[in-house]
Design a protein around this ligand. Sequence first.
Ligand code: GLN
Length: 531
Amino acid sequence: MTKHIFITGGVVSSLGKGITAASIALLLKRRGYRIKIQKLDPYLNVDPGTMSPYQHGEVYVTDDGAETDLDLGHYERFAQLSCSQASNYTTGRIYSSVIQREREGGYLGKTVQVIPHITDEIKAAISTLDDDETDIAITEIGGTAGDIESLPFLEAIRQYRHEIGPENAIFIHLTLIPYIRAAGEMKTKPSQQSVGILRGIGIAPDILVCRSEKPMTEEHFEKLSLFCNVKRELVIEERDVANSIYEVPLELAKQELDRLVLDKLELPVNELKMDDWEKMVATVVNPPKGSVEIAVVGKYISLQDSYKSIYEALAHGGIANGAKVDVRMIEAEDIECDSAETYLTGVTGILVPGGFGDRGIEGKIAAIKYARENDVPFFGICLGMQCAVIEFARDVAGLEDAHSAEFKSDTADPVIDLMEKQKKITNMGGTMRLGAWPCELVETSKSFEAYAERKISERHRHRYEFNSEYLDVLKKAGLSIAGVSPASGLVEIVEIDTHPWFIACQFHPEFKSTPLNAHPLFKGFVAAAMK
Ligand code: GLN
């Protein structure tokens, strides 16, 4: 039987519930358990695919093409769990299926209601994790206790535990112990109130994980234990880590959070082996080869979460090379107002990530021109690849009006264009080219050198493609095609052979990079930047 862990959040959002959930998943996996993990998000969008990164941060993509919350990236990076459509449900998705069933007459004349129909649908989503191959399923509930929109989810997990029994399911509540600077004190009251809200709806947390800026004292632990009705040993401190989020699992392991979880679930406690993880963290804390500065030129720079997986994958590339990657974040529009030199002088690598919409496009193109002309290692991803093709077409192949049809529909040279299939699509949600697609590498390419494999599979999320009508003219001008999609012949990777390291790919390699196993292209890019 699959046992369940439900993780809720209290007091404020952005406490790092995803990192905590991912850390618990990692520790339990290292104790020998087979883990599955999912996130339930209480907003009304069917998935985050239609949301701006400013609203929601990055949209993370799974192999099976789900557009999901970025916390799934933490799950995959920390615990190397492979996520899928079953790993992220929103209120919108739950309601859609209930309403569709109602229209089909599936409720046989009943009045369809939040309780029991919506809560049943949520329970069905949770039970997709129940199977013979899963010992422990972890479900993270988005939002904060007390939100109106979280209520059906909290009611559903209350019922779930009631049905499978307290020895088979536990509630972990992640909360904040704020430090009030003026008073020089840390406060437990918000956490007490948050637990009070949960108790009011029938959920008594088994374990309290407390996010804090400063060390908690014994008095804080005792107070939280007494007023939140949680045993002293089940109050855990999760203090801000100094260097890297990858320290979090080690900090939680020091307090034996994983053992406490297993005890509560009445499961045997096997040995915990974290040597490789500890070694990796030691490299992050003390990189033997120093640091390297890489510029990320994008459009959503002001929000740290917008390029989450990119920043993580750069850090992984650094770990694999024994170095720390310092990211210089550059707003593409600033380059448009000034020059590329102003912002890029001194960086040893330039990365242009994915994106949508034309704001900042010319700035990204200018950054790529700068990288190409000055032999600065360049890595283009998705829109970054499309911009690299536009820049090459304009400045090397002499197609002055070259553009993507996404930004200039009447361009004389749409080097990036919509495929026929995409032209008929009117619904925006879930209709891009999504998920894992195979790609075949050319053996003389730098990409092949990085992967050391001919057949690869990478995740996609885009509508526009390299327009193969321009293949010959761009190749003649010196653009190399390093990877193509075997079935369609679509161009997946372009390179410039005469440049020290210029690789641009249509897919999103950042989604498959992990701290213990950096993505080969990120590893190669950072190595080139270090040279
Ligand atoms: N906007 C581009 C497209 O839809 C690129 C998408 C992306 O970078 N993820 O094709």
